[in-house]
Design a protein around this ligand. Structure first.
Ligand SMILES: [Mg+2]
Length: 431
């Protein structure tokens, strides 16, 4: 137990309206205006607080949102920028403690045990300092919660949002729980919440008043873990391991308007394959299985998967398999809206044994080719060198949803897609 912080050492940080806030941080001209992202899908992926105040939120159709605000700024998603901001957010948090769990792109847990002597300040001022660093260095606001366990800290960070902080020590936990409806607790899904409502459990405090046997009977082990966590006993560890191994990965893309143009749809599938394979190589994995999903305009889907001849991370070795899947799935005259490619049965590249019949020199050349392409992509962006099949991507008429993030069209000298200046200064928005 920490000498000053006692057992109140679990911190949760959650960025406010993250994707939309990153856009506002990158482009100061957007600050104070209602901003949403997700233009490419027609559905809102994130909304700034200015937009939320107008009743606009995640998951809403863009045409509905436009009715609520004529001033709405609608942007295409720029996931590369969001992931860079996310890494910077987590690196600020690591100045306080090395024990950080990157829970999602805009949320993290941190364990402050043993840190009071080094930080030399009360928890309130730790949270203030963290928020100030993020605000000054990234131009974003975050909400911070500190309490005894992950589940309690996550409740705290939600308590005053946006740009707030809540610290709940053991003596005040029951007050927090009494004010929290049980369905708002992290780990209690809609099905569990419904069961609890039927049992007359309304608040998180009512839930902690149940017996362990009763919780186990109705909600099983995950429910018991949540029950312990709410009662102030840490059972969920802070997971320090970044996700290193995967079973599968997928890449998909929706296009507008829907199309029945076979070369174009095939080029979309190939593009998803190259993206999935690049990701797989980044993580040092090989695939033994390849899948393709073609989704029609009416949202029905045609799905098929096949085994690859060898476990591979080389695009060239998987393309014949993708072509065969595509030829068996594609229905002429059907209007398609998206394609998705997944790679499955992944194994780590390191543990792989050479197959007796494989052409080792040729595979080495393929490896060198992929390595060179990956380096070019890191330097100039992933559209800089592509298979010729992707030229068919230009067969589709241009649509308003095709717009790229402004950032990708306006690179500053020395910037790349993976390394950008923060905040982004443009002549149109001098600060
Ligand atoms: Mg958030």
């Amino acid at each position: 137990m920490d000498t000053h912080y006692h057992d109140c050492i679990l911190l949760h940080v959650d960025a406010d309206g993250f994707f939309a806030s990153v856009e506002q941080a990158l482009n100061p001209a957007l600050r104070g205006r209602p901003v949403v992202t997700g233009a490419e899908r027609g559905i809102i992926a994130a909304a700034s607080y200015e937009a939320k105040r107008l009743g606009i939120g995640r998951g809403m159709q863009l045409h509905e949102a436009r009715k609520l605000s004529s001033d709405l700024v609608i942007l295409p998603s720029d996931y590369e920028a969001y992931s860079l901001y996310s890494q910077r957010l987590f690196s600020i948090l690591r100045r306080f403690t090395p024990l950080v769990e990157e829970y999602s792109i805009d949320e993290a847990f941190a364990d402050l045990s043993g840190c009071s002597a080094i930080l030399g300040r009360p928890l309130e001022s730790v949270a203030e300092q963290l928020r100030a660093m993020v605000r000054n260095e990234l131009g974003l606001t975050v909400s911070v919660g500190i309490s005894l366990t992950k589940t309690l800290a996550k409740l705290c960070s939600k308590f005053r949002k946006p740009d707030g902080q809540t610290i709940v020590r053991r003596e005040h936990v029951s007050t927090l729980l009494a004010r929290t409806p049980v369905e708002k607790v992290w780990g209690i899904g809609p099905a569990s919440a419904e069961k609890l409502t039927r049992l007359g459990i309304k608040s998180a405090l009512d839930f902690t008043g149940m017996s362990e046997q009763e919780v186990r009977k109705h909600l099983h082990k995950p429910g018991v873990q949540t029950w312990y966590e709410l009662r102030g006993r840490r059972v969920l560890p802070v997971d320090l391991e970044a996700k290193r191994s995967y079973d599968s990965m997928m890449k998909g893309h929706t296009f507008s308007p829907p199309s029945d143009d076979k070369p174009f749809i095939y080029s979309e599938a190939v593009r998803n394959l190259t993206l999935a394979f690049a990701k797989m190589r980044r993580h040092g994995h090989l695939a033994k299985e390849l899948g393709l999903c073609l989704r029609c305009k009416d949202y029905t889907a045609q799905v098929m998967s096949g085994e690859l001849p060898l476990a591979t991370a080389h695009d060239a070795e998987a393309l014949p398999c993708l072509h065969a899947l595509f030829e068996s799935l594609f229905v002429p005259g059907c209007l398609y809206r998206s394609t998705m490619v997944w790679v499955g049965a992944l194994i780590a590249e390191r543990g792989r044994q050479t197959d007796l019949f494989e052409d080792v020199p040729e595979r080495e050349l393929l490896g060198q080719l992929d390595h060179a392409v990956d380096r070019l992509h890191r330097r100039y962006g992933h559209a800089s060198l592509v298979p010729a099949t992707l030229l068919d991507g230009a067969r589709k008429p241009v649509h308003s949803r095709d717009a790229l993030p402004v950032r990708q069209a306006l690179m500053v000298k020395g910037e790349t897609l993976r390394r950008l200046a923060i905040p982004r200064l443009q002549l149109s928005n001098p600060i």
